[in-house]
Design a protein around this ligand. Structure first.
Ligand code: IMP
Length: 432
């Protein structure tokens, strides 16, 4: 039963979209298991840039079935916009090509308003969420009052449930956040229309995936965000509200534990983060601008979902080691190696040091309280050559090869592939 899992090993934006796109050429199904339209995956194919937030990027391959699992929170308006965008770009979308779990939860306009009101209320302690209503939708799920895709299948009942939900949201908005209540009728009519449009896509995706795995089909489980944003294992409270790690695949797709062929970790050659929260290897000034880019290119370090400039820093080997342990990583794909070209020296954090000078390979309490540590760096030689045209390992400069080998050494995981540009073809296979 060939299941492959792809997760981000950092704070998201590792370039998973283009790796999914690449791996999808061999996959029958690509299934998202967590998050919502807070994710942003960019894929470049023949000078066309696809920016996807919900639909798995594997859908761009004509033979691949896309699945949105029960672990997601789905904004139906964003989903329908994305379906139209893909159709306009010549990608066929129909219930033969895309399936949505009946048990996935719905993001309602009230969740988005609450997300923003909660952030405003937090003042300086803001999480820096994407403002897409993710936290409040998952809160409703856990509080057992969320609306789900299955509710869309009975319009009369759905309308009743929307009205009840709106009552609760408007109560919360006015009493807890002193925010004007939302108008009910437009939400009711919009959501009934979304229900009509999405009706045929809603199925028991867990059963479809189980059958596919038993038939020997290749399923690729695609994680959104990065594991350092995981609700249980991330840098809490500066995290998202879902399970981002590889173990979330089974509950988020509704399949039992089965043999997993690979757990692939997408790792950017340097570190980045959007939103608030500790970041031990963070850089500022000229070096940060150098790694971030100016925003002129679609793959510069600016959020796909929010457009916010990303915080950037040196690769953090401590966090990568932690990602290996929590996800059971079997392989790494190292992305954006080309961005490091032209640097005299490259630093990699190999340990943390506390105020007493004690060093840790992984801190005793995991990655909480990261702001208590100073990074300990090892400095590696850089390379000057442009890597964007390199396709073979032997054509990489020696220093770039050594950088890849160093990443393997500090993480304990072999790098299978390195990317040297945003195009589908810009990858180099790494020999073991
Ligand atoms: P939320 O998921 O919108 O609630 O945001 C919680 C935290 O996760 C914030 O720091 C966001 O910036 C971050 N976040 C959420 N989705 C992504 C993503 O796809 N890439 C990077 N950061 C993300």
């Amino acid at each position: 039963m060939p299941l492959k899992i792809l997760v981000g090993t950092q704070w998201g934006d590792e370039g998973k979209g283009r790796i999914v796109d690449l791996l999808s050429s061999q996959s029958d199904i690509v299934a998202r298991f967590n998050g919502g339209d807070n994710a942003g995956h960019t894929v470049n194919v023949s000078n066309h840039t696809f920016k996807l937030h919900l639909i798995p990027s594997g859908i761009i391959h004509p033979h691949t079935l896309g699945v949105l699992g029960n672990g997601l929170v789905i904004n139906p308006k964003s989903l329908l916009i994305e379906i139209e965008m893909l159709r306009d770009s010549g990608v066929e979308i129909s219930p033969e090509r895309l399936l949505i779990s009946y048990a996935a939860h719905l993001i309602m306009p009230g969740h988005i308003t609450l997300d923003r009101a909660k952030e405003t209320n937090l003042g300086k302690g803001q999480i820096g969420t994407t403002g897409r209503g993710i936290g409040p939708a998952y809160t409703d799920k856990v509080s057992r009052k969320g609306l789900r895709m299955i509710d869309m299948l009975d319009l009369a009942l759905f309308e009743e449930r929307i009205r009840l939900h709106m009552q609760q949201v408007n109560y919360d908005l006015s009493f807890h956040y002193q925010t004007a209540p939302l108008k009910v009728e437009p939400v009711v009519s919009d959501y009934l229309e979304y229900a009509r449009q999405l009706h045929d896509y809603i199925v028991d995706t867990g059963a479809v995936l189980d059958m596919a795995l038993h038939e020997g089909k290749l399923v690729l489980a695609e994680g959104a965000q990065g594991m350092l944003l995981d609700i249980d294992h991330g840098s809490y409270p500066f995290v998202t509200s879902s399970n981002v790690t590889a173990t979330g695949v089974f509950s988020g797709l509704g399949i039992g534990i089965c043999k997993v062929e690979n757990v692939i970790g997408a790792t950017k050659a340097f570190q980045s983060r959007v939103g608030a929260g500790p970041f031990p290897t963070e850089l500022d000034g000229e070096m940060a601008t150098r790694l971030r880019g100016t925003g002129a290119k679609p793959w510069d370090e600016f959020g796909t979902t929010t457009g916010r400039p990303r915080r950037v820093g040196w690769l953090d080997g401590v966090l990568l080691r932690y990602a290996r342990r929590v996800n059971g990583l079997t392989d790494l794909v190292l992305t954006k190696l080309d961005v490091l070209s032209g640097l005299e020296q490259i630093k990699v954090c190999t340990a943390y040091e506390d105020v007493n000078g004690e060093q840790y390979a992984i801190p005793p309490m995991g990655i909480t309280q990261l702001d208590q540590y100073k990074p300990v760096y090892e400095t590696l030689p850089g390379w000057q050559e442009d890597l964007t045209a390199v396709r073979q390992w032997d054509d990489l400069p020696k220093a770039a090869q050594e950088y890849i080998r160093f990443v393997e050494k500090i993480s304990g995981v072999l790098v299978m592939l390195a990317s040297v540009g945003p195009e589908r073809s810009q990858v180099v296979e790494v020999p073991a």
